[in-house]
Design a protein around this ligand. Structure first.
Ligand SMILES: *[C@@H]1O[C@H](CO)[C@@H](O)[C@H](O)[C@H]1NC(C)=O
Ligand SMILES: *[C@@H]1O[C@H](CO)[C@@H](O)[C@H](O)[C@H]1NC(C)=O
Ligand SMILES: *[C@@H]1O[C@H](CO)[C@@H](O)[C@H](O)[C@H]1NC(C)=O
Ligand SMILES: *[C@@H]1O[C@H](CO)[C@@H](O)[C@H](O)[C@H]1NC(C)=O
Length: 360
């Protein structure tokens, strides 16, 4: 009996593998066209994607559970849907293990009618180590396999905001960029290693963000390989002390060699920030040096907090540089965290965040 059930279920799996779940079978076809300007969205699950501005979206990286409805819908809008790829680098130093990992991913992508993969390895790697070479080979071999097995598919790789060993990620950025279709540059969490005073600062200060693109370009990485990632979230820091000048000192939480870090704060979605700013002590303020908004509030225990975030004003300045530097496009972490409710103010704020991706 068990044997029969086992047999039956494997027959179902084998037979069911390539049945198109979409209303129209052509929606299962992978996307082939290249769009001039990439808008790369990370989706972390749920059905909020229905409210995205689909006239802009070109790629959705699905970091939540597989959602066939999302795949069908994205394809109907000419947008790619890509898998998440994440693996412990120590496992894929071995060539057989690496090949097995890649085959598993490409078969998964085929069975789910996906258009590629986003490789998200945020591990510390030492230059020249076995993991360093394994990572470069992983990207190269994944790209070759996907392009061969799924024509027109896209392989992207997530990199830190700067190529200078941020968070001890000393990768072979040049070869990795050459070996895949695009790098998603995570231009956020830029205070993960604070070397100076332990104070609250912007998640992604404008000039530091833009200088780091010049560092990538100075490595002779093709600007058309770079997608700028902007944060749709901010950091909420409890202040040990708020000085007269408005400087918020934060707790010392060390990270990868730095004495303090944004880990002293909590990441908060734009949706939460827009509610909180209205009950703040200060209202929205603008830091002209970092070109970013922030505010102070007091919590129910009487603790003062300082919140740093990005809004349409800070994001559109970055988006303007995407155009002026000739980059491939823009994207965000993550698409889900705006307020997509029917409330009038929320709708306006959400539309403005999407529109800021196209510049000021
Ligand atoms: C292969 O990967 C598995 C985990 O998927 C791991 O346990 C194993 O140690 C790896 N083998 C080698 C030789 O690295
Ligand atoms: C805290 O802020 C106050 C007001 O600006 C300042 O006088 C004091 O020196 C600060 N204390 C510490 C420990 O930094
Ligand atoms: C916040 O306050 C502004 C100005 O008073 C108001 O227009 C807006 O509706 C409020 N937003 C929210 C989310 O309550
Ligand atoms: C969606 O984006 C387009 C630009 O591609 C813009 O014209 C349109 O107004 C946006 N839709 C909404 C609802 O904001």
């Amino acid at each position: 009996m068990c044997w029969f059930l086992l047999l039956l279920s494997s027959v179902l799996i084998v037979c069911g593998a390539n049945v198109c779940p979409c209303e129209r079978p052509e929606l299962c076809l992978q996307v082939h066209e290249e769009r001039d300007f990439e808008v790369f969205v990370f989706d972390v699950g749920g059905k909020i994607w229905k409210s995205y501005n689909w006239s802009m979206v070109t790629t959705v990286a699905t970091f939540g559970k597989y959602d066939a409805e999302l795949m069908c819908y994205a394809h109907s809008k000419g947008a790619r849907v890509v898998l998440k790829g994440d693996v412990h680098l120590s496992y894929i130093v071995d060539q057989d293990n690496r090949t097995a990992w890649i085959m598993e991913k490409v078969n998964l992508a085929k069975s789910q009618f996906m258009d590629g993969i986003n490789i998200d390895i945020e591990q510390a790697v030492e230059k020249g180590s076995p993991e360093y070479h394994a990572l470069t080979n992983l990207v190269k071999e994944t790209t070759e396999t996907f392009h061969r097995e799924i024509p027109g598919s896209q392989v992207s790789f997530d990199v830190a905001w700067s190529p200078k060993c941020i968070d001890k990620r000393c990768y072979d950025y040049v070869t990795i960029a050459e070996s895949c279709d695009l790098l998603f540059v995570m231009s956020y969490d830029e205070q993960s290693q604070i070397m100076g005073d332990c104070i609250a600062m912007a998640n992604a200060p404008l000039s530091q963000t833009l200088n780091a693109y010049d560092q990538y370009l100075d490595l002779r990485i093709d600007p058309k390989k770079l997608v700028m990632g902007v944060p749709w979230y901010g950091y909420d820091y409890p202040c040990l002390n708020l000085s007269q000048e408005g400087i918020c000192s934060i707790a010392k939480v060390p990270f990868r060699g730095a004495p303090c870090s944004d880990a002293a704060g909590k990441q908060k979605p734009y949706k939460w920030i827009m509610k909180q700013v209205n009950s703040s002590l200060s209202g929205r303020m603008w830091d002209s040096r970092q070109q970013a908004p922030y505010f102070n509030y007091k919590d129910q225990q009487g603790q003062i907090h300082q919140v740093w975030y990005d809004d349409p004003q800070s994001i559109c300045l970055k988006a303007d540089s995407v155009k002026s530097k000739g980059l491939r496009g823009i994207g965000m972490w993550n698409g889900n965290i705006l307020d997509y409710s029917d409330e009038t103010v929320a709708r306006q704020q959400t539309a403005m965040m999407w529109n800021a991706l196209l510049g000021c």
